[in-house]
Design a protein around this ligand. Structure first.
Ligand code: SF4
Length: 756
């Protein structure tokens, strides 16, 4: 197989078919791209019409890929700096060999002086290295400690854990016929009557590997929308039902939604009787949540809730999607429990046009599991977890193991921690600008760490403030790899990242990990090349090689519906779901073992104007609710702020304010506005719009200013517009999951500029 079918040449221009992922950042959506390469340089980026999912469409981030690829500020060589010069532009270019030698000697020093558990990894989301983050910790540094920094592990992990516990399955996803070559025309497929989109805007974010424009495909084929969101967005503007709820009250809404379906006898009796556990108790639990009571808590009119619940339950088949908003609120675990219960009792699990469930095996799953278990139990037991046994759901059975950001920062601030954290490796995270709650607190604590390494494509606030060595990473056009939507938890296809151009002096996250792994833990790195590694991993599930995938560029996965009837959802091959009861657990048999309630409940968000945790005086001073994190199609979290064409379209951080509220505070569209609460303050430009309720404001997240001074104290300005300055590190859920990013108290005032 010497012919490379994915590469063609015409008039001196080589066209390379590939699937995009990272770097620069993105979720593993793997849209099909055709890169035109002339004289070793990319001259054009186009959508690949042959890609069965994206079918030639690309979002602005890929269309501006060449701006990132050839950006003058891109890091092109490894660099080091004396730790005493952190925050200064005092970098010295070094070779890869020198960088690897330095990192190896520092890790070995920390191993000898403090033990391997004193090393830790910080990861962000989406980027390819997210998949490897635990392995960076275990198989390179022999440490159990990986953290996403984010409070309450509130990114994907909660939803995955909830899906594991209640369904025994991976991530349930909208059925958009992604498994079938003929897609929507496949005779097995049915177009959903309704798609309920709850807490996400898939057309902007393509979250976790879902191709968001599939929703638009389905709208064109007749699907109607039910949108649950605090903000009006393009999808809600086209929805049949829009439930504009108060931020952080999703669990209360879920209670009422389920109650209407059960009280009006609209649920699927056959499915409930045969495949659900705990229906009676669940029905009793939600029965107190009448639509009128739900309206008081969520602000969603009772009749709109009733109408939406009726439409969803009776419009068979219907589908549903849940977003990051579930993870980022105080009792998101309960909201997620309710979301899955609603889908289940309507009989929409794993049916055509419903919600797809994945079979257990994914080709990378075993390796990642083996990586964790390759550490001696004694070392794994040293995970930096709370000493009092708190957050057992997360620490005992969570889907994405590691250290909660909240625990990590407490640990760093302890006078006498069980052991110190001395060496950190940041892979794919610009935490100071993006994920960290109380980011200046993180800066202060991480500055105390003896040695810090970062893999990055550009200098960021985080690398300028903290790194002692920077390893420049290659883009998705410069290395090989496999895109696996949903990180293997519901993977409708595998996509080849086909290398199109020379990486120069950059390396992929994986190459770096393997090189350092071979030096430090050679016993777990038997492979000579990336391709050899990928082949061996693929062979755990498939009888073909990476080269075969390269040739086809995309290989869709085999799929069948109603696997719960045929034993294909359970590891033991028996019909049912892979839970302790073998059924969908409407009442959890697992949570009580970890001190969590078996049935869902609603608690008021910790830092809301209705919370009992704050005094009446404070509530009176900060009467608004700030929510944050709504996605923008131009940027992937903190990335792309330096892509000129994208930044031109959206130059400033925007706070959305209702016109009545803006008028009350004397604010006009375009004014700079300070947003404050007792935790902190940020400044954004006013976007006056009816998109939000008058009592709510929405702040954009992850802003920094690559055009500003990089040296400390400015650090490209990551704290100026950062809504996380206002977000406390307080987990109130018993599980350990859930945070305050979606609902905190705030007040606003007009100021003169970003630096006011
Ligand atoms: S979602 Fe956008 S950035 Fe990601 S692969 Fe698709 S087109 Fe590229």
């Amino acid at each position: 197989m010497d012919e490379k079918k994915w590469m063609t040449e015409e008039d001196g221009v080589i066209k390379v078919r590939s699937c995009a992922w990272s770097a620069p950042g993105d979720h593993p959506t793997g849209c099909g791209v055709v890169l035109s390469v002339k004289d070793g340089k990319i001259v054009k980026v186009e959508g690949d019409p042959e890609h069965p999912i994206s079918q030639g469409r690309l979002c602005p981030r890929c269309l501006a890929f060449d701006e990132m690829q050839y950006h003058p500020d891109r890091l092109l060589h490894p660099m080091k700096r004396d730790p005493k010069d952190r925050g200064k532009d005092a970098w010295e270019q070094i070779t890869w060999e020198e960088a690897y030698d330095l990192i190896e000697s520092e890790i070995r020093r920390v191993w000898d002086q403090y033990g391997p558990e004193s090393c830790f990894v910080i990861t962000g989301t989406g980027r390819e290295t997210t998949l490897w983050a635990n392995v960076y910790a275990t198989n390179v540094m022999a440490s159990p400690n990986r953290t996403g920094v984010i409070s309450g592990a509130s990114c994907y992990g909660p939803r995955c854990t909830i899906a594991n516990y209640h369904l025994g399955a991976g991530y349930p996803e909208l059925d958009y016929a992604a498994f079938f070559p003929d897609r929507y025309d496949d005779p097995r497929y049915e177009v959903p009557k309704y798609i309920m989109i709850w807490g996400k805007i898939p057309i902007y974010s393509n979250s976790d590997g879902l191709f968001g424009h599939a929703v638009v495909d389905l709208m064109k084929r007749g699907s109607k929308l039910i949108v649950v969101d605090p903000r009006v967005n393009w999808l809600s503007a086209h929805a049949e039902y829009f439930l504009q709820l108060r931020p952080g009250t999703d669990a209360a809404l879920g209670m009422g939604f389920a109650n209407v379906i059960i009280q009006e006898d609209l649920y699927d009796h056959e499915f409930v009787d045969e495949w659900c556990y705990g229906f009676k108790e669940f029905a009793e639990c939600v029965s107190e949540w009448t639509p009128e009571r739900v309206e008081e808590v969520t602000w969603v009119p009772a009749d709109e809730l009733r109408a939406a619940a009726r439409a969803f339950a009776t419009g068979k088949p219907s589908s549903a999607m849940w977003g990051l908003a579930f993870d980022m609120q105080s009792n998101g675990v309960q909201a997620g429990h309710l979301f899955l219960a609603i889908v289940a009792i309507c009989g929409y699990l794993d049916i055509p046009g419903g919600v797809t469930l994945a079979a257990p095996a994914s080709f990378m799953g075993k390796w990642r599991y083996d990586a964790v278990t390759s550490l001696p139990q004694e070392t794994r037991d040293k995970l930096a977890k709370p000493q009092d046994g708190r957050y057992a759901v997360y620490y005992t059975g969570g889907a994405m193991p590691g250290v909660l950001g909240d625990t990590m920062i407490d640990w760093m601030e302890m006078e006498n921690p069980p052991y110190p954290l001395k060496l950190g490796w940041i892979v794919g995270s610009n935490l100071l600008a993006c994920s960290a709650a109380q980011p200046q607190r993180w800066l202060k604590n991480l500055q105390q760490v003896e040695f810090m390494i970062a893999n990055e494509m550009f200098m960021t606030p985080t690398t300028m403030a903290l790194a002692d060595v920077i390893l420049p990473i290659s883009t998705w056009a410069e290395h090989i790899g496999i895109v696996m939507p949903h990180f293997g938890r519901n993977t409708h296809f595998l996509g080849a990242m086909n290398q199109a151009i020379d990486p120069g002096d950059t390396r992929s996250d994986f190459q770096i990990m393997m090189e350092m792994g071979k030096r430090l833990r050679p016993e777990v790195w038997p492979w000579e090349t990336e391709e050899e590694f990928l082949d061996e991993q693929l062979h755990t599930v498939y009888d073909w090689d990476f080269k075969d995938l390269q040739q086809d560029v995309v290989r869709q996965q085999p799929f069948e519906y109603e696997k719960f009837r045929t034993g294909k959802l359970r590891a033991d091959g028996e019909p049912g779901f892979d839970t302790p009861t073998g059924l969908v657990e409407l009442k959890s048999s697992i949570y009580p073992m970890f001190g969590e309630e078996a049935l869902p409940y609603f608690v008021e968000p910790y830092y809301s104007p209705y919370s009992e945790s704050i005094s009446d005086e404070v509530k009176a001073e900060y009467p608004l609710i700030m929510t944050s994190g709504g996605r923008n199609i131009l940027y992937f979290h903190s990335e792309h702020r330096n892509a000129p064409s994208l930044r031109q379209l959206h130059p400033d951080p925007l706070v959305t304010i209702h016109p009545d509220t803006a008028a009350a505070y004397g604010i006009s569209d375009g004014d700079w506005v300070a947003i404050e609460n007792p935790e902190g303050r940020c400044v954004q430009r006013a976007r006056v719009s009816y998109e939000v309720d008058p009592r709510v404001i929405h702040c954009e997240h992850a802003w920094w200013f690559p055009e500003q001074q990089g040296e400390a104290p400015n650090l490209y300005g990551p704290f100026k517009a950062n809504p996380n300055n206002l977000v406390p590190h307080e987990i109130i859920g018993k599980s350990g999951y859930g945070a305050n990013y979606k609902s905190v108290i705030a007040k606003i005032s007009r100021v003169d500029g970003l630096d006011s």
